[in-house]
Design a binder for this molecule. Structure first.
Ligand SMILES: [Zn+2]
Length: 153
C-alpha cells in the first residue's frame, strides 16, 4: 500500500471517461496514493500548439503547485480516443502527446514526464517517457525542519 502522502500529476482531458483509467494506471505504475488532475478540453492539443497562452500558463501553474506543494515527481500528459476537445486520429494524437511532453520537459527537467494515450478500449498506453536529467532533490515539505536544500540551484 503506497504512503498516503504520495502524489503524481496528470494533465488530463476533462472527459469523464478518462479520469479513472488514468488515475488507476498512474497509481499502479508509480506506487502513489493520489493523482492530482489538471484538466482541460484536449490538453494535448493545447500544449502541442502552445496556445492559448493563458491556458498553457494556467496548466503550468497548477502542475507547479502539485510538484512544489504535494511533492509530485511524475507528470503525465494525456491524450485519448474520441476526444471532443482535440478531435484528431490516434496517430496525430500521439504526436501531440509527444510534443506536449517535450514542452513540459523543457520547463521542468527535474521530474519524470510521461505521455499517455487512452485507446478505444479505454486502456492506457505509455507513448513516451523522460526521466530527470539532473539528480532530483525532494523539495522540503512545509513545516519540515530538515536541511534547507533547494532543488533549483
Ligand atoms: Zn478529450
Amino acid at each position: 500500500m503506497p504512503h498516503e502522502e504520495t502524489f503524481a500529476t496528470a494533465v488530463n482531458c476533462m472527459d469523464g471517461r478518462v479520469q479513472e483509467p488514468v488515475r488507476k494506471w498512474i497509481q499502479q505504475r508509480f506506487g502513489v496514493f493520489h493523482v492530482d488532475m489538471v484538466t482541460e478540453a484536449g490538453p494535448s492539443g493545447i500544449l502541442a500548439r502552445g496556445e492559448p497562452e493563458e491556458i498553457v500558463r494556467s496548466i503550468f501553474h497548477r502542475v507547479d503547485i502539485s510538484i512544489e506543494k504535494h511533492g509530485s515527481r511524475v507528470v503525465a500528459v494525456v491524450g485519448h480516443h474520441d476526444c471532443a476537445g482535440n478531435p484528431v486520429d490516434a496517430h496525430q494524437q500521439k504526436q501531440h502527446i509527444v510534443e506536449s511532453v517535450r514542452r513540459i520537459r523543457a520547463w521542468r527537467e527535474d521530474v519524470t514526464v510521461i505521455g499517455l494515450y487512452v485507446n478505444h478500449r479505454w486502456e492506457v498506453e505509455e507513448v513516451v517517457s523522460f526521466h530527470p536529467s539532473r539528480p532530483s532533490v525532494q523539495a522540503p515539505r512545509e513545516g519540515h525542519d530538515g536541511p534547507d536544500v533547494s532543488p533549483y540551484p
